[in-house]
Design a protein around this ligand. Structure first.
Ligand SMILES: Nc1ncnc2c1ncn2[C@@H]1O[C@H](COP(=O)(O)OP(=O)(O)O)[C@@H](O)[C@H]1O
Ligand SMILES: N[C@@H](CC(=O)OP(=O)(O)O)C(=O)O
Length: 435
């Protein structure tokens, strides 16, 4: 039975309003005889809205936080009123309980750690959407067991980026989920959230629901995993940023992990490893054209690919140099990486010269400032911000030239299959109109 379980993941875009949720219901009708574990994200941009609640609360403005929370509750209520001719009382009650529990938390003084409070607040989005979708599926005759993902996914207490405790998670999934799939064909649960051993909620990192689906797939030795997106599959570049992109029919795990790590947002980068480790095929499919084949990510996908481009925004280039003109030696690099680890910087590129070391990192929160303060005693640092990291796999000179147009190149690295450049826009100089 386990071999036949498929895992489906529906993200925020596929659940943004009542008609989108109905569309998900229509897709799932076609699979009513299959064993499915369905992972849902928060609806639309709810997670961003909840981040605003967490920020107001943390900035010492609980009244503003509550106002924002009430607005989210109101928009959820509007969606369910449109979705159900008559909203089931049990759903209204569960949603009220969820919102009230966060509201009460906002009355308490903030915890010492922002990341902890963030997770307790922001996890609400997935809990809300999963109750709505499960109730809707039951209503349209798709009998579904709602599961709290926090009973399955166990993490350490790295809030906002929980590290999965695999043995505990596998044991829980394998003991709890198969009996539920015997009872009803569908299990519906949340992406993005997990639980610590002290029973506190963690999140797995922004856009982490794809990863949750991969965790469930791994634990259940799923037959396949499908993520339902607003694009026809994996494209040669983000269609929001580039014209003339084409769909890739088949992609190897290796290509997928390289592209997603460097910013191809269509798949969360942590998704690939659990699937590759168990050779579970990944389908990236369109919820707009659900019968189209999408992209298949597997082991044996050949190695002839067109140029593929990924863009990661909000990059900072940190130039670190020794204060006394000594070489940047191995012991310096060891010290620097110690600080990189403690400040949770993600390094996307690095290069060194005799007396300097350059790293390109995701510019998140105040991590760069904290890193610079830590290294200040031994090193001088300068930081360039608002940069983009452009990664091109299977690059050609034409593609690279076209990407360079209008950009200043700050750092570049080439390997036989991958070219990376860190760029910023050329400052535009315009002639003034003469009086
Ligand atoms: N190479 C790519 N191929 C397809 N889509 C991409 C690519 N790179 C970035 N994207 C973007 O990823 C989006 C889908 O991912 P995402 O918004 O995270 O989905 P969801 O939140 O529904 O899981 C697309 O709308 C597209 O703009
Ligand atoms: N809701 C979370 C997790 C997630 O993966 O969402 P989505 O599937 O819509 O990218 C976020 O927005 O970060």
């Amino acid at each position: 039975m386990l071999q036949q379980t498929k895992v489906f993941k529906f993200g925020g875009a596929s659940l943004r309003d009542a008609s989108a949720i109905r569309n998900v219901g229509n897709i799932l009708q076609k699979f009513s005889s299959e064993k499915l574990v369905i992972i849902v994200s928060a609806m639309g941009k709810t997670t961003n809205a909840l981040e605003e609640v967490a920020n107001s609360y943390w900035q010492g403005n609980p009244a503003a936080a509550k106002e924002k929370l009430t607005a989210i509750h109101a928009s959820v209520t509007e969606i369910i009123q449109e979705l159900f001719a008559e909203v089931p009382e049990s759903l209204t009650a569960s949603l009220n309980d969820l919102f009230v529990s966060v509201e009460w938390a906002l009355d308490e003084a903030p915890n010492e750690e922002y990341d902890f409070d963030y997770d307790q607040i922001v996890s609400l989005g997935e809990l809300v959407s999963s109750h709505i979708v499960a109730t809707y599926l039951d209503r349209i005759g798709l009998s579904t067991n709602w599961v709290d993902a926090r009973d399955i996914i166990q993490t350490d207490n790295t809030y906002r980026e929980g590290w999965v405790k695999w043995p505990e998670t596998v044991t829980r999934a394998q003991s709890q989920l198969p009996p539920l799939l015997e009872q009803k064909n569908f299990i519906l649960t949340q992406g993005f959230i997990g639980n610590t051993s002290e029973n506190y909620t963690t999140t797995l990192g922004r856009e982490g629901s794809d990863y949750s689906a991969a965790i469930f797939s791994y634990c259940l030795d799923a037959e396949s995993m499908s993520i339902w997106k607003d694009v026809p599959g994996v494209l040669t570049a983000d269609p929001r940023l580039f014209e003339h992109v084409t769909k890739i029919d088949r992609l190897s795990y290796k290509e997928a992990i390289e592209m997603t790590y460097y910013g191809a947002k269509v798949i969360h980068p942590k998704t690939i490893k659990p699937l590759q480790n168990k050779s579970i095929p990944l389908y990236v499919r369109s919820f707009i054209e659900p019968d189209a084949p999408g992209t298949l990510v597997t082991d044996d996908a050949g190695d002839a690919y067109p140029p593929m481009v990924a863009v990661e925004k909000d990059q900072a280039l940190i130039n670190i140099s020794t204060r006394d003109f000594s070489f940047v030696a191995e012991h310096h690099i060891k010290e620097l990486f110690g600080h990189i680890t403690t400040t949770r910087l993600q390094v996307n590129m690095m290069q060194n010269t005799a007396i300097s070391f350059n790293v390109v990192v995701n510019d998140i929160d105040d991590r760069v400032e904290r890193f610079c303060a830590l290294v200040n005693e031994h090193f001088k640092t300068t930081v360039d911000r608002d940069l983009e990291l452009i990664t091109v796999r299977h690059y050609t000179s034409e593609v690279v030239e076209s990407l360079r147009r209008g950009k200043v190149n700050m750092l570049e690295g080439r390997l036989p299959l991958t070219l990376q450049m860190v760029v910023k826009d050329v400052p535009v100089m315009r002639r003034k109109k003469l009086e």
